[in-house]
Design a protein around this ligand. Structure first.
Ligand code: SAH
Length: 393
């Protein structure tokens, strides 16, 4: 078996439960063999943990067990999937929601793999060649634990961690797409066979519900980086007088029309715009267009023709731009999925933005990942979602 010696300082970190192997942790050993099981040892040769090698973003592999005697085999995978399923009992029983994450990578004990449940259909996402090498054992283990209508998969491991084009069908019966899934009584059209994304980001479920139930009524809402308009749909369902959805991608228009239509909302009464958000902010300032409720959920990193946006560098300025077009006593929902900074830092961006604008505000509510996106205690970056609901004063 491959042995990897971990530097002293990092050995302690692994002992405390840190599950990701990165190359700067390695003192000695070949960490470049995708799919290989390895034992991590400290510089004195003492056992730390066992895992598999697989390149994913900045990682070289994931640790799976801290028990020297535990084998990493089909029985191991089965145990992890059973435990994951038992943690989602409330989701399986919820008759208002049937789209949720069944298995969340290292949070459920296997970094590099997620499994999402969409109304009886499952989507496996493999984040490295290394984890994909265990595909047959993992699928076989899964089939022993849960019934399914169909299984689809996404491979996200070309050299840049991007989606690998493929026919994503694995087994079961091919359904007609879109699947119609439920979320807190609303509906979404979901595609498991159409590129890297399915049409809905499940981790924002609680934020969408709060927008519908608490923040939308009677409001003029702007949804920036709107993708398929999921936040707009919930705002409209919550009684927003109008929603405006802004996204750079042409596909966002038919996708957003589809999501509105799934929910019996007249999309012609809503604005759905293909625009660069940064230019749209400028347009609003010039034309004195303002909103009561502004939602911002940008990608952590994005490049458009005129702009490079990096959440860790530019979020403060984004908030400043949002302040300019938000009515007094308005609400800004600021969201980020950037794993490179934590909630404290995120709040400091918001604070700086308001200070520089000479404006007062109050954070009235915050969100992190919902319960189905289980996280590992020893791995804070896995808890990536940060959402602040900000009241402008
Ligand atoms: N908020 C969405 C998810 C956003 S995904 C939801 O809840 O479903 C990020 C989106 O930002 C993508 O659809 C992408 O097309 C869009 N995007 C990236 N840069 C942009 C820019 N400069 N202006 C407008 N949209 C942008």
């Amino acid at each position: 078996m491959t042995k990897i010696t971990i530097k002293k300082g990092f050995s302690e970190k692994i002992r405390e439960g840190w599950p990701l192997l990165t190359k700067e942790m390695v003192q000695q050993g070949d960490y470049d063999q995708e799919g290989r099981i390895f034992t991590a040892i400290d510089p004195r040769g003492h056992f730390l943990a066992k895992g598999y090698l697989g390149r994913q973003n900045k990682g070289s592999g994931w640790l799976l067990t801290w028990d020297q005697h535990e084998e990493i085999d089909e029985a191991f995978f089965k145990k992890k999937i059973e435990s994951a399923a038992s943690h989602r009992e409330a989701f399986f029983e919820d008759n208002q929601t049937d789209a949720f994450r069944l298995f969340n990578g290292e949070g459920d004990g296997i970094g590099g793999l997620t499994i999402d449940h969409y109304a009886g259909h499952y989507l496996f996402t493999w984040y490295s060649k290394g984890i994909y090498d265990f595909r047959d054992e993992i699928l076989h283990a899964f089939e022993q634990v849960l019934p399914f209508k169909s299984i689809y998969e996404k491979k996200r491991f070309d050299s840049k961690g991007q989606y690998v084009e493929d026919d994503d069908f694995v087994k079961g019966e091919r359904p007609d797409f879109p699947l119609v899934v439920k979320e807190n009584g609303a509906h979404f059209a979901v595609y498991l066979n159409d590129g890297a994304m399915t049409g809905v980001f499940l981790d924002q479920r609680n934020v969408r519900k709060a927008i519908r139930d608490k923040y939308a009524e009677g409001k003029n809402m702007l949804n920036t980086f709107s993708y398929t308009g999921a936040f707009s749909v919930f705002a409209a369902l919550g009684g927003a007088v109008k929603t405006t959805s802004v996204d750079l991608a042409n596909r966002s228009v038919p996708k957003t029309i589809e999501q509105f239509s799934m929910n019996g909302i007249d999309y012609e009464a809503q604005d759905i715009l293909v625009r660069d958000v940064f230019r749209y902010f400028n347009y609003c300032v010039k034309n004195d267009v303002k909103f009561d409720l502004v939602v911002m959920d940008p990608p952590s990193f994005a490049r458009s023709k005129k702009h490079t946006f990096s959440a860790s560098k530019d979020y403060k300025n984004l908030v400043k731009q949002a302040i300019d077009i938000t009515e007094k006593k308005g609400v800004i929902v600021a969201s980020t999925n950037a794993a490179s900074f934590d909630m404290k830092k995120f709040k400091s961006f918001i604070d700086q933005a308001f200070k520089e604008k000479g404006m007062r505000y109050k954070i009235i509510e915050t969100f992190s990942l919902p319960d189905d996106f289980r996280t590992a205690e020893g791995y804070p970056p896995g808890d990536y979602l940060k959402v602040c609901v900000i009241q402008t004063l």
